[in-house]
Design a protein around this ligand. Structure first.
Ligand code: ZN
Length: 91
């Protein structure tokens, strides 16, 4: 991977609807942050969008940005409140 010196490329995990997906996506911090500004927007590898549950927002040669549709609200909840995944017993 080459660095242009103007921006740093980072690898992020694909956030598509396939829980077994282990692809990584190359994007800059700025690109990733702009996607995550909206809790319903996700960064996925090119061609990993699922039109049944996601709406394509934008696409580049490196990745796609999708917005989850209403039925995938649980996916958004997982990101915004990770503590709800597991609450240890108090004792
Ligand atoms: Zn994927």
């Amino acid at each position: 991977m080459q660095s242009t010196g103007r921006w740093a490329a980072n690898a992020f995990f694909c956030e598509c609807s396939d829980p077994r997906c282990d692809r990584t996506v190359t994007a800059t911090i700025q690109e990733y942050e702009s996607v995550r500004e909206r809790p319903t927007h996700f960064l996925v590898a090119a061609n990993h969008e699922n039109p049944e549950v996601e709406c394509m927002i934008s696409e580049t040669e490196r990745f796609a940005v999708v917005e989850t549709l209403a039925g995938e609200a649980s996916k958004v909840a997982l990101r915004t409140d990770p503590r709800s995944l597991y609450e240890p017993e108090a004792n």
